[in-house]
Design a protein around this ligand. Sequence first.
Ligand code: ADP
Ligand code: ADP
Ligand code: MG
Length: 678
Amino acid sequence: MFKKILIANRGEIACRVAATARRLGVKTVAVYSDADASAKHVAACDEAVHIGGSAPKESYLRWEAILAAAQATGAQAIHPGYGFLSENEDFANACAAAGLVFIGPPASAIKDMGLKAESKRLMEQAQVPLVPGYHGANQDPALLQAEADRIGYPVLIKASAGGGGKGMRAVDKSEDFAAALASCKREAINSFGDDAVLIEKYVQRPRHIEIQVFGDTHGHCVYLFERDCSVQRRHQKVLEEAPAPGMTPELRARMGEAAVAAARAVNYVGAGTVEFIVEQPGGYEHPEQMKFYFMEMNTRLQVEHPVTEAITGLDLVEWQLRVASGEPLPLTQDQLQIAGHAIEARICAENPDNQFLPATGTLHVYRKPAHSSFQRADVRVDDGVREGDTISPFYDSMVAKLIVHGDTREQALARLDEALAQTHIVGLATNVQFLRHVVRSDAFAQAQLDTALIQREQAVLFQQQPVSLPLAVAAAVAQTLVQERATQGQDPFSHTDGWRSHGVFTRRFAFDDGDAHLPVTLAYLHDGALRLTVGAGEGAVTGPLTFQAQAPTEAGAWALHVAFAGDSTRATVHMQGERAHVFTPRGARQVVEVDLLAHSGDSGAEGGRLTAPMPGKVVSFAVQAGDKVSKGQPLAVMEAMKMEHTIAAPADGEVVELLYAPGDQVAEGAELLKLASA
Ligand code: ADP
Ligand code: ADP
Ligand code: MG
C-alpha cells in the first residue's frame, strides 16, 4: 500500500478519498485553487499545496503544477476523483512518465472509451449489445441524414466527445435533422473541441441502468451489480438507487457479464462504470422484458458510487487504492452479495422552479440530518462544504450527497424523506424541497422509472408549497415573538397564556409572498390569548395563534410547535435578514417579513434593466444597439457553472447600448445591456 497519495480534486470527492486514505493509514496531499484556500478538502488532508487561480484551467486542470506538487511532497500516487483530469489519457501518461501511479485505468483504456463512437466500434467486436445507430467516421451531413432516416425517428444526435449531458439533440422528424445536426456540432466544437457525432435510435421511456465494474492487474474482473439512475434532469442524474427496482437475477447476470466483457475488451483496471440504456417494451409492470444496450463507459469512480457501497458493504476507494498498489481484488464474483436497498440524492445549489438554474451564495445555515460516514449507514452524508462556506461560480453546483440504506426500498424511501426534511440550508436556492416532492411522488414510490419521470410528473413536482401560507406566517410571527421575549429577558419557555393581560392591543406586520403583499395583524386579547389575521378582506384567515418554544437547537432558531387556524406543525425558523425560512417536517417555505420602516423610501419599478443572474462569462449577444426587441426575445447568452443561460428581454423595447463584449467576465447583478422600454 502507498504511504502517501495526492488527491487532484476538490469538494466532496476529495474529502471522500481522504477519509478512506486516513482509515488505511495513507497520508494525503490536497491541492487547492485561490477560491478553495480554506475549503473543507484542504482541512481533510495532511498537507496541502496551492496550485493556482480559481478557474479550473488555472488550477485543477494544470497537470504540471499537480505533478510538481506530488513530487515536492513525496506522494507516490495521484487519485484524480471524477471530472477534471480523471478521464484524461495524457494526464495518466504524464503521471507514469513522472514515476507516479495514476489511481485509475491504463491510459489506453481511457483512450478506447473516451470517444463514444470509437468505444461503440470496440463494443460491437466484443458482442456487447448496442443501440441501433450509426457511429462511423464519415461525417458528411447528407450521409448522416440518410443514416438517421434509415434508423427511423425519433433519433438522438450525440457528440462523440460529449459528456455531462451536453452535446445531445433529439430529432423527431427528417425535416428537423439538418438544423439539429448543425446546432449539435456547434455545441460539440465549443464544449469539447471535436465536432464528430454519432446517431442513435431515441429509446422511448428508457431507464438508465449502469453496472459498476472492477478489474485488477492480475487479470480479474468483477461486477458489483447495478445502479438505476433514471431520474434525471437535462440528461443529468438527480437520484440514484441500487439495486434497480424490478431487476431479475437473470437480467442482472446478463448485464453484469456484458459489462465485464466491455471492461475486458479494453484491458480495464480499477473502478469503472458501464452505462446501459434500457428499453421497457412491457412497461413498468413487466421489468422482465427489459432490453439493454451499451451507452458509454465512464473510466473513473462515479458520483453515485456510495449506493453500491451501501448494498455491498464495501469501500470502493479502498479497492481503488489496493488495485493501484498492485494487490488483487479483495473478493471474487461469488463472494459479492447485495444486502438491502440504497438511494442517493444529489443536493445541488439550483432553482428547480426556474429550469434548475444553478445558484451561488453562502451557506449561512447548513444543517444535516443525523448521519455517519460508514458505508452501510442508515443515513450517510458526503459533502465538501461547511456552514459558512460559499458555493462559487467556478465549480459545479453540487452541495452534498445524501445516501440512505434500508432493508427494503420502502424503508430507504422513508429514511430519505426524513433525512431531506432534516436538511436545512439557508443562503442559496437548493433542490432539497424538490427532491422531497420526487421522493414522495406516487410515480417514484411505485418505481415507475424512466428518464422522463421529472418531466412527466411536473404537475406534482414543481411550484408546490407543502406548508400553507397562513401556517408559514404564523410560524414566522411565533419566532419573532419568542425572539423578542428572549431579548427582553422574559422567560421564553412560558406559554402564550398570560403573555399580556392588560387590554386588547393590536400589532401590525407586513409579509410578502413573492409578489403579493400580505397584511398581518396580531391581537392580544383580554384573556392573554393571541388572535392572528393573515391577509385582508375576503381571503383573510383568522384564528387563535398558540405556540411553544424549546431551546434553540440551531443557532438562533427555536424548535417551535405552532398551531393556527386548524393546522399545526413543528417548525424551525431561520431569519436571513427579512426572509423567514420555515422548516417543518412536511416541507419548507419562505416568507418575507417586510420591515415597514426600512422600506418607506423605496421607489417603484426598475424599468428595462438586464442583469446577470449569477457571476459568469458573456458568450454572445443576439442583438445590437438600435435593435427593437419584444418581451421574451433572447438578447444574450451567458456561461456560468458549466451551463449556458439565455438572457431574455423583460419587456418590449429598444436596445440602447451593450455594456460588455463576448468573453467578458461579469459579476452577479451586473447590467449587461441597456434597454429603453417601448
Ligand atoms: P456522472 O455520471 O458520474 O454524474 P458526469 O460525466 O456527469 O458523470 O460528471 C461527473 C461529475 O464530475 C459531475 O457530476 C460533476 O460533479 C463532476 N465534474 C465534472 N466537471 C467538473 C468541474 N469542472 N468541476 C467540478 N466538478 C466537476
Ligand atoms: P453523457 O456522456 O453526457 O453522460 P450518455 O451517452 O451517458 O451521455 O447519455 C446521458 C443520458 O442521455 C442517458 O442517461 C439517457 O437519459 C439519455 N440517453 C442517452 N442515449 C439515449 C438514447 N439512445 N435514447 C434515449 N435516451 C438516451
Ligand atoms: Mg453518461
